[in-house]
Design a protein around this ligand. Structure first.
Ligand code: AMP
Length: 192
C-alpha cells in the first residue's frame, strides 16, 4: 500500500507542531514530530535518547544517520494511511535519504507546507512560550543557533519541494484557526 507523507516546515516559532497536530487529528493521520520524539526518548532515559540529547539541547541538529535510524523504524512500523511529519527532513541530505527509502517502501510526499513567518515574529513567539514549555533548547543562545541552522540548512529545501511540485506556501502569521483552515483547504475531498 502506498503511504502518503505530508510535511510541515517553517522556522522555529512558525507553529508547525500545533498545525501538524490539528491537521493529523482532522485527517485521521499519524503525527510524527522529530523534536517530540527526541524529547520523549530523553525523558524515558533511553540510552540512545540520552546520547542524542547532547546535540539538541545545545540547539544543534542531531546527526542525520542517528535521527533516521529512529525515524525510519517508526515509519516502517506504522500502519496508518498517512503521516503528518513535522521536523523532518531538515536538510538536503535528509531529503535524499528519505527519497531513497520512499522508493523502496512505496512512500510518497503528497504536500510540503511551508509556514511563512518572519524572523521577528518567530523570536517574539518563542520568547512568549519560554517559561510555559520550559524547553532546555529555548535559551537565547540555543534559539539563535536553531534559527541559523534553519535558514542555512532547511530553507534550501523550499526550492527542492518546488521542483518536486509539492510545495504549498501558507501565511503562518495568521491566527492558529486561520492557518489551520488554509492547510485543510488543500484537502477538499476529505470526508472526515
Ligand atoms: P523541533 O522541536 O522540531 O524544533 O526540534 C527540536 C530539536 O530536535 C532541533 O533543534 C534539533 O536539534 C533536533 N531535531 C529535530 N528534528 C531533527 C532532524 N530532522 N534532524 C536533526 N535534528 C533534529
Amino acid at each position: 500500500m502506498q503511504k502518503q507523507f505530508i510535511l510541515i516546515f517553517g522556522p522555529q516559532g512558525s507553529g508547525k507542531s500545533t498545525q501538524a497536530k490539528l491537521l493529523a487529528h482532522k485527517l485521521g493521520y499519524k503525527h510524527v514530530s522529530t523534536g517530540e520524539l527526541l524529547r520523549s526518548l530523553r525523558d524515558k532515559k533511553d540510552p540512545n535518547g540520552l546520547e542524542l540529547s547532547k546535540y539538541w539541547t545545545k540547539g544543534d541538529l542531531v546527526p542525520d544517520q542517528l535521527i533516521e535510524d529512529i525515524l525510519f523504524k517508526v515509519f516502517e512500523k506504522d500502519t496508518s494511511q498517512g503521516i503528518i511529519l513535522d521536523g523532518y527532513p531538515r536538510n538536503i541530505n535528509q531529503l535524499n535519504s528519505f527519497l531513497s527509502k520512499a522508493e523502496i517502501h512505496n512512500w510518497y510526499i503528497d504536500k510540503a507546507f511551508y509556514l511563512i513567518v518572519g524572523e521577528k515574529e518567530c523570536v517574539k513567539r518563542i520568547s512568549k512560550r519560554v517559561g510555559i514549555e520550559n524547553r532546555v533548547d529555548e535559551n537565547e543562545e540555543a534559539i539563535k543557533r536553531r534559527l541559523n541552522i534553519y535558514y542555512k540548512s532547511t530553507e534550501p529545501l523550499i526550492a527542492e519541494f518546488e521542483k518536486m511540485g509539492v510545495l504549498e506556501r501558507i501565511d503562518g502569521e495568521q491566527t492558529v484557526e486561520e492557518v489551520h483552515r488554509d492547510l485543510y483547504n488543500h484537502f477538499p475531498n476529505d470526508s472526515s
